[in-house]
Design a protein around this ligand. Structure first.
Ligand SMILES: Nc1ncnc2c1ncn2[C@@H]1O[C@H](COS(=O)(=O)NC(=O)C[C@H](N)c2cccc(Br)c2)[C@@H](O)[C@H]1O
Length: 525
């Protein structure tokens, strides 16, 4: 008798963000929705419990008489309480603005000045005195000085209303607020569900801060499928033994995160990675996963499902691509696929014409119902990112101009190969630093590499490489690494400076922090 398939979660068309995430409460009320790790044990919140707490928070929010569209800033990491508050805000049409508790005060003040939230609620911390500031916990919201009541002119929440605003660092250093509607987020979630990564009863470990939309992917991937999200406490993430202990205690079947979350475990306790009996899938995004590390992970976990998820906050993500198991030795770029179901990634040249030939680099443009509404309060930046369809400008359809470069592989799948604005001219030749970084990462003695561009003594752009060696390769010299590059690329692409360092800095999202590397160069100059 074949095992009866797990009952499906029932989704209705045009669900609000919260309705999508709580759909499983109707069919699987007693299944785990959030599995938290506290003091060495798991604490489970079921879908019924999550829905009840969300309803309590929604009732608390009603007391303030806010207008649909008024923002609620939430200062918290991912937790059952924070997810419940997010659901409550979405049910009332109040865009939530997630901010990490470790966000520097000045940046938080900037985001607050830009977003002008009606409420600013922290999971814990000192009692607030400013108007609208307060705390949330246990289904209750306390705001010592509530905001003035609003005149309410909107009657109902519509799918094109804003579900959340995520502030990412813009190239100018001024945070850009990415405005995402209910319709866009749910369209992305449906595209992701079509990939069938997780099912009822699974547990998705989430390793990104709530302010990073990757955490919202994790929450949607889990709850939308009737599975549980298992937030990994930020403080434990940086200790490999504790990180793996959390995965073991919460019985994580999937782990989502940027590539750097695996680095220390792969380097120092690879054997322990083999010990996690429930783990069967890893989804990564945000930057390229160094291939040597990826192959190491595959050797330790034969049969594990590795998903390369590509995308920008402006569309949550754009594509999912399975990593071949094992990854063939001659592969130099991972596929990012061609866009998840319901999207289409166009590859266009500088003139806006389609690039058809294999191996030719173009810029990716994304056609998708999951595109952002725009950047908060920045119409010019919005118009630069959401452009008329270059293939049919008359349609009025807007595409996301990603700023990302790619080429098509032999299998038709796209290969990411850097950002348009990171290209440099060196001695008259166009160079993509990511290409040099990939070459250095392919050296057997290298376990991490990053390449930044600085100004050389002659005022020319110069490639500077920072390299972390594998434990057994301490005697590898910078000259060996430069020679390794020269064997595969023209001289102008070989880094002028090669620094061997103990580790690479990562930003608050866990991505290699190129800005900090540049700053180190300038201070040493
Ligand atoms: N898989 C890859 N290979 C290589 N380069 C990648 C990948 N995914 C991104 N990137 C780069 O990161 C940029 C975007 O940065 S971002 O806006 O901070 N957002 C992010 O990184 C995270 C991004 N929102 C995301 C990705 C997946 C799921 C979710 Br949910 C969210 C992209 O434009 C790319 O340049």
């Amino acid at each position: 008798m074949p095992a009866t398939p797990a009952p499906e979660v029932i989704h209705r068309p045009d669900e609000r963000f919260d309705e999508f995430l709580l759909a499983a409460a109707a069919t699987h009320p007693d299944h785990p929705a959030v599995v938290e790790y506290t003091d060495g044990a798991e604490r489970v919140t079921t879908f019924r419990g999550l829905r009840e707490t969300a309803e309590r928070y929604a009732g608390q929010l009603d007391r303030f008489g806010l207008e649909i569209g008024e923002r609620v800033m939430i200062v918290s990491d991912t937790s059952a309480e924070a997810v419940a508050l997010v659901l409550a805000c979405a049910s009332r049409g109040l865009p939530f603005v997630p901010v990490s508790p470790e966000t520097p005060a000045e940046r938080r003040a900037t985001i607050e000045r830009l977003a002008e939230p009606a409420l600013c609620l922290a999971a814990d911390g000192e009692p607030e005195t400013a108007v609208g500031h307060g705390r949330f916990g246990g289904g209750a919201i306390e705001v010592p000085r509530p905001p003035s009541r609003r005149a309410r002119s909107r009657r109902a929440v519509t799918p094109t209303d804003t579900a959340y605003i995520i502030f990412t660092s813009g190239t100018t250093g001024r945070p850009k607020g990415v405005v995402m509607s209910h319709r866009a987020v749910v369209a992305f979630y449906r595209g992701m569900m079509a990939e069938g990564f997780v099912s009822v009863g699974d547990r998705v470990a989430s390793t990104s801060p709530l302010q990073f939309d990757f955490s919202l992917l994790d929450i949607g991937m889990a709850l939308g499928s009737g599975a549980a999200v298992a937030p990994v406490p930020r403080a434990l993430l940086r200790w490999p033994t504790r990180f793996l202990k959390v995965l073991s205690v919460t019985r994580a079947t999937h782990v989502n995160g940027v590539p750097s979350i695996w680095r220390q475990s792969l380097r120092h306790i690879p054997g322990r990675l083999a010990d996690l009996p429930d783990l069967r899938g890893v989804l990564f995004c945000g930057e390229e996963f160094p291939l040597a590390e990826l192959r190491h992970l595959q050797r330790l976990r034969p049969g594990i499902r590795l998903i390369n998820c590509y995308g920008a906050t402006e569309s949550m993500a754009a594509s999912f691509a399975e990593v071949p198991d094992p990854l063939p030795a001659d592969v130099t770029h991972l596929s990012i696929g061609n866009g998840h179901r319901g999207t289409d990634i166009l590859l266009l040249d500088a003139e806006g014409s389609p690039v058809e030939e294999e191996g030719v680099v173009g810029e990716m443009y994304l056609r998708s119902p999951a595109l952002m509404t725009g950047y908060w309060g920045d119409a010019d930046a919005t118009d630069a990112a959401l452009v008329a369809d270059p293939l049919e400008p008359r349609s009025g359809q807007r595409l996301l101009r990603t700023g990302d470069l790619a080429f098509r592989g032999a299998d038709g799948g796209l290969r990411f190969c850097g950002r348009r604005d990171s290209q440099v001219q060196i001695r008259g030749n166009r160079v993509e630093p990511a290409e040099v970084q990939r070459r250095l990462s392919a050296h057997s003695a290298v376990c991490e590499a990053a390449v930044v561009v600085s100004e050389g003594l002659d005022g020319e752009a110069e490639l500077c490489a920072f390299v972390v060696l594998t434990d057994g390769a301490a005697d590898t010299a910078e000259s060996d690494l430069r020679a390794f590059c020269l064997r595969a690329m023209p001289a102008y692409m070989a880094p002028g400076v090669v620094r061997i360092v103990d580790s690479l800095p990562v930003n608050q999202h866990g991505k290699t922090d190129h800005r900090r590397l540049l700053a180190e160069l300038l201070t040493d100059a």
